[in-house]
Unconditional design. Structure first.
Length: 176
């Protein structure tokens, strides 16, 4: 069971941001990776400062140090596994992190893209849906952008940790 994939859209509070997250979730794997690339490419200076200051990079050596040593094909496979919530070592390492640290991973990868991280193919052209989703996130204020990115980042990766059932589901209050 992948708890990360089953998270609700808790941080995307408005209907507008929920629609954007749903639009992202409807993309295929490589389109999701392309969208994340373009978000960092277009808005990296405004979005990324929040990730490093709130993150704890020492919690993710596998995803930072070890990942950067992989071949381009291996790096792309790791990204795809994380997006698809596959049960792999890298996806588990990612799924074990909190959203700020997950966002930090994408930040590190985006900063190194084309250098020590596999880059976008030169001939890649984003489709209409990707461009539409980019346009939507660009129109949001900083808080809305971060909310969406945290929500999206938090839905990825593999974890066996199951969400705690709510009182509405169980009919019981939580106890200490």
């Amino acid at each position: 069971m992948t708890a990360s994939a089953n998270k609700t859209v808790a941080q995307a509070l408005s209907q507008e941001t929920q629609k954007l997250v749903a639009g992202f979730n409807a993309l295929d794997t490589d389109a999701k990776l392309a969208w994340l690339y373009y978000v960092y490419e277009k808005m990296g200076n405004s979005i990324t400062p929040a990730a490093p200051t709130a993150a704890e990079p020492e919690l993710a050596p596998l995803l930072v140090e070890d990942y950067l040593q992989l071949s381009d094909e291996q790096q792309l496979a790791v990204m795809r596994d994380i997006v698809n919530c596959e049960d792999t070592d890298y996806s588990r390492a990612y799924g074990a992190l909190k959203e700020n640290n997950q966002l930090f991973i994408w930040y590190v990868w985006a900063e190194a893209m084309g250098d020590t991280v596999v880059g976008m193919p030169d001939n890649y052209q984003p489709n209409k849906t990707i461009n539409n989703l980019l346009s939507q996130i660009e129109k949001l204020d900083f808080e809305g952008q971060i909310s969406i990115l945290r929500t999206i980042a938090g839905q990825m990766g593999y974890s066996e940790v199951k969400p705690i059932e709510t009182q509405a589901k169980t009919g019981k209050t939580s106890s200490l």
